[in-house]
Design a binder for this molecule. Structure first.
Ligand SMILES: Cc1cc2nc3c(=O)[nH]c(=O)nc-3n(C[C@H](O)[C@H](O)[C@H](O)COP(=O)(O)OP(=O)(O)OC[C@H]3O[C@@H](n4cnc5c(N)ncnc54)[C@H](O)[C@@H]3O)c2cc1C
Length: 322
């Protein structure tokens, strides 16, 4: 039997931007809310991967630095005094009965009527290229993300990739690094058009299409790179001090499958109301998948509001049934 004092209305799993917004919105709907986060700090990837990066596509902000956005989101989320649990990873989710969910963490159990999974891309590792000596240079000039731009000040940097992250990294480094080159292997860009135009009219040297990294040069740290055109076979050796590989993430959804959640591709399948296949369990943010899903903070915030509203309706329908 779960004591009433232990029972929350909504428990949000993951304190990234989406989990923080879900926490705020749950407070707005006067739900007794708990937020559980693996790490000692909130903010998700904005803090762990790109705290200094400028963000241009969040509603209401022409530009905001990631760490500042997290400060704003955290301030907004704390208004209704949710219970915040840091340093605990949710490792299990069990439906114990109608509107009773147990969330098992490294430190014990949490009980809730509903749960909103906002766990980002779950356990992930950066996608790497099949280059024999790449791993040897990790920590010695190979980066997969930049938690600070300072180590690259005055350096020559190669950015590999053509998505939003790669283009944003290159633009952010322009003016900090002494020289920035970006190579992209596709014909089409996966980044926002306006940012691509900004890139193409900047001082950044852009090698595309069909260009990718072939070899990392150096003894005990990166001193150069061989890039090559996959179509023509043309190779070019360039002098660089650092290489930022920004070609996506490999996600592991197995833990969520073990909870009983339906996984499609690399995401939790959700209905338009953000409900999952499990009763009382909703999901939002980068962890979800549906046709047309975009991996953006703004999209995740909308999903968080929808998830909270659906959860609240579910809670109310239970109250009416009593
Ligand atoms: C380099 C880069 C640049 C980007 N730039 C932009 C941009 O300019 N604009 C934009 O809109 N988007 C950008 N994005 C995408 C954006 O970061 C994501 O869309 C956003 O972080 C998704 O938020 P989220 O809360 O769903 O996930 P996350 O930010 O990944 O947060 C998930 C949180 O859940 C926690 N968690 C995971 N599993 C558990 C568990 N089992 N128990 C407890 N806690 C758990 C994690 O520790 C993490 O804190 C960028 C992404 C990258 C990688």
């Amino acid at each position: 039997m779960v004591r009433q004092s232990e029972m929350f209305d909504i428990t949000v799993i993951g304190a990234g931007p989406v989990g923080l917004y879900a926490t705020y919105y749950a407070g707005l709907r006067e739900c007794r809310t708990k937020l559980i986060e693996t790490y000692p700090q909130v903010g998700g990837r904005l803090i762990s991967m790109y705290p200094e990066k400028e963000i241009f596509d969040v509603a209401g902000h022409r530009m905001i630095v990631a760490a500042e956005l997290v400060r704003e989101l955290a301030g907004q989320a704390m208004q209704y005094r949710p219970t915040v649990v840091l340093n605990e990873r949710v490792t299990g989710l069990k439906i114990l009965g109608e509107r009773i969910i147990e969330l098992v963490t490294s430190a014990g159990s949490h009980y809730t009527q509903t749960a909103i999974v906002a766990a980002g891309c779950g356990a992930f590792v950066p996608r790497k290229l099949d280059i024999p000596n790449l791993i040897d240079f990790e920590g010695h000039g190979i980066f997969y993300y930049l938690s600070s731009f300072e180590p690259l000040r005055g350096k020559k940097v190669l950015v590999v990739g053509g998505g939003n992250s790669a283009v944003d990294w290159a633009l952010s480094l322009d003016g900090i690094a002494s020289e920035v080159t970006l190579c992209h292997r596709m014909y089409r860009w996966q980044a926002h058009e306006a940012m691509v135009h900004r890139l193409l009219s900047s001082n950044i040297r852009v090698k595309y299409p069909y260009y990718t990294l072939k070899e990392v040069l150096g003894e005990d740290r990166v001193t150069g790179a061989v890039i090559w055109n996959e179509r023509s076979g043309l190779e070019e050796a360039i002098e660089v001090d650092a290489i930022v590989l920004s070609i996506g993430m490999l996600t592991n959804m197995e833990p969520f499958r073990e909870w009983g959640l339906k996984i499609v591709g690399s995401g939790i399948a959700v209905a338009p109301d953000m409900s999952t296949n499990l009763p009382g369990v909703y999901a939002a943010g980068d962890i979800v998948t549906y046709p047309g899903k975009v991996l953006l903070i703004t999209a995740g915030s909308g999903e968080a509001a929808t998830a909270v509203n659906t959860a609240k309706e579910y809670i109310i329908s239970g109250d009416l049934g009593r």
